[in-house]
Design a protein around this ligand. Structure first.
Ligand code: CP3
Length: 354
């Protein structure tokens, strides 16, 4: 597919944005979380050229290139900026390292003294590189393709900052929040403030929509969920709406289960992404027509398996979501062992819908 410039198409005409304007489409828009990544050989080549994952995030020409790769292959309705949620702590001065084949590593922050070393004034240089990537993308993307900017939700980003790495239970962050809620709130407030600046500059550089990733939203009981997931997300949404009232904001409170209703009502997000564990009838029946745009939720492992099971599940989701304001996506990110031809099969199945 040829990639071209703006071509006179207005932002509002991009198909991806139609559900946010109130339209329920017969063939919903489609994009996939982690659509740029290790399952694509061209991604692996560009990452090697960049000399590692974070270098890739901070090299605008290459970050833009890997963002475009899945658009060239599959013509998704939206591209998502190639970056990472941990660019925020890295830019704040808590250096992030990605070892090959391992997850992220950071020197953990566990006290007010550790916290005082973060520098909200220091983010400019690294954030400017991300803004440059967004600007390049808006120029190089096909006019019909929307561009999604993103950040991690403060809770999820904090879990990595406090634990120093990924963890199955986010225990260190949860314990800090119980033992010293005021101190932990200082960290969350810093992340709210920094995330607003980060999203604001992505919109100014050309992002059409924003997604807030809260991968570990499901690890908190109701009162803590309210304080550390819902309240900071609402603050970010409100600050962004003050500056950019027309930019849709999608929340992804992974693992929230039934609390998704509370999350949508209290944060005021324009769209909500359902995770793999949510039964599709919850996506179709939880909300009234005007409440929110729904996104989701195919199992990423079904995309690895492929075959007739994949087609059948895609059809089931599309049947249930018929007549709804819906965006087709996975319930979590694409995994590296996904065969690229299965992604083609999925897109074809969704688009051949009559
Ligand atoms: O979706 C996209 O294509 C846009 C880019 C994007 C990445 N990470 C690229 C990435 C986005 C939106 C993210 C979000 C992200 N990053 C989340 C929230 C969503 C989710 O997946 O739960 C989280 C928790 C992170 C933190 C992170 N980044 C971890 C835990 C890891 C290691 C695990 C892994 O998959 O390797 C990363 C690395 C990462 N982020 C990769 C990519 C393409 C793989 C790095 C590589 O190429 O080696």
């Amino acid at each position: 597919m040829a990639l071209g410039g703006e071509g006179g198409l207005k932002t509002a005409e991009r198909k991806f944005l139609a559900p946010f304007r109130g339209e329920a489409l017969k063939v919903p828009p489609i994009w996939l979380m982690r659509q740029a990544g290790r399952y694509l050989p061209e991604y692996r080549a560009t990452r090697t050229e960049a000399g590692g994952f974070l270098n890739l995030c901070y090299t605008p020409a290459l970050a833009a290139e890997v963002t475009l790769q899945p658009i060239r292959r599959y013509g998704f309705d939206a591209a998502i900026l190639f970056s990472d949620i941990l660019v925020v702590p890295d830019a704040l001065g808590q250096e992030v390292r990605f070892e090959e084949g391992e997850g992220p590593r950071l020197d953990p922050i566990r006290s007010a003294t550790d916290l005082s070393r973060l520098d909200v004034g220091a983010t400019g240089t690294k954030f400017a590189l991300v803004a440059e990537t967004v600007q390049r993308l808006r120029q190089d993307l096909p006019a019909e393709t929307a561009l999604i900017g993103f950040c991690g939700a403060p809770w999820t980003v904090a879990t990595y900052m406090v634990q120093g790495r990924g963890s199955p239970d986010q225990a260190e962050a949860r314990l800090w929040a119980y033992r010293d809620p005021e101190g932990f709130a200082d960290l969350i407030d810093t992340l709210v403030e920094t995330s607003v600046e980060y999203l604001d500059l992505q919109v100014k550089a050309g992002a059409d929509c924003l997604q807030i990733f809260d991968t570990w939203a499901g690890s908190l009981p109701d009162d803590e969920f309210d304080r550390w997931v819902v309240a900071p997300t609402r603050q970010i949404r409100e600050a962004i709406k003050d500056r950019h009232p027309d930019i849709p904001v999608i929340g992804f409170p992974r693992g929230a289960g039934a609390a998704v209703v509370w999350y949508v009502a209290e944060t005021g997000v324009d769209g909500v992404s359902f995770d793999t564990a949510a039964p599709p009838f919850l996506m179709s029946e939880t909300f009234e027509e005007d409440d929110v745009v729904v996104q989701g939720n195919l199992d990423p492992l079904l995309l690895v398996a492929g075959g007739a099971r994949l087609d059948a599940r895609v059809d089931e989701i599309l049947d249930l979501m018929q007549g709804k304001r819906f965006i087709f996506n996975l319930g979590h990110g694409i995994v590296p062992q996904t065969p690229p031809e299965h992604v083609a099969q999925l897109v074809e199945r969704v688009r051949s819908r009559r």
